[in-house]
Design a binder for this molecule. Sequence first.
Ligand code: AMP
Length: 410
Amino acid sequence: MNILVLNCGSSSLKFQLIATDLERIEQNADQRLASGMIDRIGGAAILNFAVEGQMMEKSAMPIRDIPSALDAITKWISAQSIEGINNLGDIDAVGHRVVHGGEHFSKSVLISDDVLRAIEDCIELAPLHNPANVKGIQAVREIFGKALPQAAVFDTAFHQTLPEKAFLYAIPYQLYRRHKVRRYGFHGTSHRYVAYQYRMINNIPRENVNVITLHLGNGCSIAAIKGGNSIDTSMGLTPLEGLVMGTRSGDLDAAILEFISAKEGLTIHEIEMLLNKQSGLLGISGLTNDMRELLAEMEESGDRRARLAIEIFCYRVSKYLGAYLAAMNGTDSIIFAGGIGENSPKIRAMICENLKWFGITLDESKNSAHVGGREGVISTEDSRTEICVIPTNEELLIARDTVRLIFNKI
Ligand code: AMP
């Protein structure tokens, strides 16, 4: 089967076309056929498309909205020579990354009218994210017709196993009862995929998976996975809480909102934007949200604020690791994933520096050898807990969930 995986954001649309089916899933023989991304939707958009194994095609054109973006993608796919795809009719289903599933969805689902309404109901919990997902689902119905199976794979679903003591905030309980104010957690598809890969590599049953997974990319989160289930995670009601990220602040004192509002004359909404879009690595460094660029800046010119941003980033991760080692009463593995986690030995080393007291130690040469998607163990032989790198692949999991749903295997 050919599955189109879509990740619709407020101003971007990423896609992958993946050939997979139940047999291929079993044999780990799924095949990516094409991928791409449209950025800056709503204005002069930038398009980057590639057939697997070929050069990236880059172009620019005005793209108004998500339906126009999907139209551009489908036209491009139709015009390529891709194995097994002669026309759009060869696409068998679409899998969507949906950011917020609230308490309604604890696993992936096929999208019906009722499901679409429930995703719309979650818009108030994720006003920055869910509207784009809804538009993406509707655009697929327009282009492919309503009969094409569509699946929703939720960022929040994997964390629905969090116990109350981990998901409730210490605020009046009525706020949870009335408005469902609680920790939901995000990046669930990534944490779930990484935990699954760990299980496959070590050939152990799901209930024996006791790991801490670190998704460090432009967005960052950490999850404590015990007995195969997520029991705690750093993102909260929204993806703003927790670790320092590219442009998001992560944890802070809630009283800061009132204080900044009074001092800077900003509305709560403007401050929320500031915390989401102008904070984190970008806010501290004043330079960029891109970790690779910050590392280069620190190394080449010794830029003080680039260094500070990197130090604060790593310090926050170390503190969370300490907390989650206690939350889990120990772990079998600490797993790095995401653009930064998979590619930066320097950041991994800075984070693990403060774990030495626990007897958890990195092997310097293994650490520097695991970059560019190379999976493996990077801790020393005598480290109390293993540390490893497992590249994440959310799109693959979305494609696989879509297939499993179609065959009723979830
Ligand atoms: P993601 O959101 O998972 O694509 O990750 C994006 C982040 O990974 C950006 O901050 C990139 O700068 C960072 N990244 C990618 N490659 C490297 C690298 N070799 N060293 C450090 N950071 C990297």
